[in-house]
Design a binder for this molecule. Sequence first.
Ligand code: TYD
Ligand code: MG
Length: 481
Amino acid sequence: KSKSKSVWVCSECGYSDGQWWGYCRECKSVNTMKELVDVVDSGGGKTNGFQMSEKLVQSWLPKRAGEAVPLRLTDVNRGVNHSDWRFPLSGLFGDEVSRVLGGGLVPGSLVLVGGDPGVGKSTLMLQIAAIIAEGKEIGKPAPVLYVSGEESVEQIGNRADRMEISTDELFLYSSTDIEDILVKAQALSPRALIIDSIQTVHLAGVTGSAGGIYQVKECTAALLRFAKKTDVPVFLIGHVTKSGDIAGPRVLEHIVDAVLYMEGEQYSSHRLLRAFKNRFGSTDELGVFEMSPCGLKAVKNPSEIFLSEERSDSEFLAGLATAVIMDGSRTFVIEIQALCATGSSLSRQVNGVQAGRADMIIAVLMKQAGLKLQSNAIFLNVVSGASLTETAGDLAVAAAICSSFLEFPIPSNMAFIGEVGLGGELRMVPKMEKRVGTLAKLGYKKCVVPEPAAKLLRGLDFGEFELLGCQTLKDVINSVF
Ligand code: TYD
Ligand code: MG
């Protein structure tokens, strides 16, 4: 005999409640609590709404009881040797994409491509889809299926025309029903499957609307089963939500094999593709691209980015300093702007920098480095709305202020990493090597770091990159300005 009892589950965050409320007590969304029947079976095992939905999920690829049996280790058919065989990706991109993926596309892998809306994920994936379909490297075209839940096939077709993609073997499909998509994919047996985006697809029988945590998680799980079972590599596009995660909590990162993030400033035409997690390769790789009306192009020599932006008319650059901050294991290069203005008002405005931290750095600059900032109004801003939460940016904040105060522009290929202490001394911060490595890869030429960090990193090879070790802020001012 089984008893049933109702529970209410939030379709946004998955929170379950024994009682109905007009809103979710966890995430405060209104009208998202859906009633589910919680079945307590006679065996004492408890199934809740979540497990019930999982049963439904598994039905897309029928697995009858007794179909699968335990296998002797030596009898397991390894299929393609994953460590040896990878699909090479070159075409338009040189080896930029290939390198980020760890040397090519591994059969049966599930790759999440994340990034802010509008950063260029659909464009990049359409180009990759065309490259895979053409299969120039292995001399044989094969079908690739690009599924969009966001655009119609006509829209994707127009986009492909703009990018001068005209591959016969590229198949487009517009659908949001994952079961339907996988049935079609299975019939086509493509060389790769691309889903744009995970937030728009849904699986019948799973609680919540598309984009909600249950849907995102279950659809990803279904795609993972598909990839593993058919050996078709699957790319999954995911929009990063405001909180910086893909689909709210980082539910997907540990389900998939690789996570690539696409990054770029809103007003810059450069895009970075970075491996955040990769079961088949390293996560230190970075691909650099340039946007163009006909899609992304690989930037062979990233230092050109910075050379081209170097203005001889340096007036505008005073007050601008570059910092490198970490977000989890990702590094970001950000620019800090400072403006020191003499005038009647002595106000201080900071944007993206913690006010207390800014006050401290300003005080240290006055007291320990002798900068006469007393009669200045000071404005600080982190370019493009990023926020500086790490002390590793202290030195760049100080440098930006000095640069504006002394009206001395800092060369745009120079960066600053380090924490500033109350005595004006520079302190080491974690992961110096990774930060400096990112700068070198991006084509920066020089970085000011605390003296101990310079000693530590001196033995490493960063190409033409120069490390300038300094003990105190005074040293920095003497050697840079
Ligand atoms: P899109 O790929 O649609 O971004 P996402 O899928 O991440 O939301 O790109 C956004 C817009 O930018 C789109 O209108 C096309 C344009 N775009 C180019 O014109 N050239 C490019 O190289 C890229 C990457 C984008
Ligand atoms: Mg898109």
